[in-house]
Design a binder for this molecule. Structure first.
Ligand code: SF4
Length: 113
């Protein structure tokens, strides 16, 4: 089965076709690498927010420290949505260590004093 992808590595957005070992449509090696990874185990970085303890209208923006398998996004979001962070929160502070044993942390992307 031919898989059609749009490369998201850069804004050019090349249309790539993956047919088993045959990959076409990419215009650079980063696109080839993306297509290989995407056809086997698609990865994504998640960005979201977490609630802050004792605050009704304030959330802390977070992201995964590295990419996670696309199929785990929903499960990771369930964990992110359950926690409440405690102030003060430093930039890049680990709020969830090794989420779901994926070897990836959930870290803050903003300092909240
Ligand atoms: S294949 Fe290369 S040039 Fe094309 S979108 Fe991907 S990274 Fe950009």
């Amino acid at each position: 089965m031919v898989q059609e992808l749009i490369c998201i590595v850069c804004p050019k957005g090349c249309h790539i076709k993956v047919d088993g070992e045959n990959i076409s449509g990419y215009t650079c090696l980063r696109g080839l690498s993306y297509a290989k990874q995407e056809s086997v185990n698609p990865l994504r970085t998640i960005t979201s927010t977490v609630l802050i303890e004792g605050e009704d209208n304030l959330v802390c923006p977070v992201k995964t420290s590295h990419e996670i398998p696309k199929k785990e996004i929903f499960n990771v979001m369930k964990v992110i949505n359950k926690i409440k962070a405690k102030r003060p929160i430093k930039m890049n502070e680990v709020l969830i260590k090794n989420v779901l044993n994926l070897g990836v942390d959930i870290i803050s992307t903003k300092e909240i004093l």
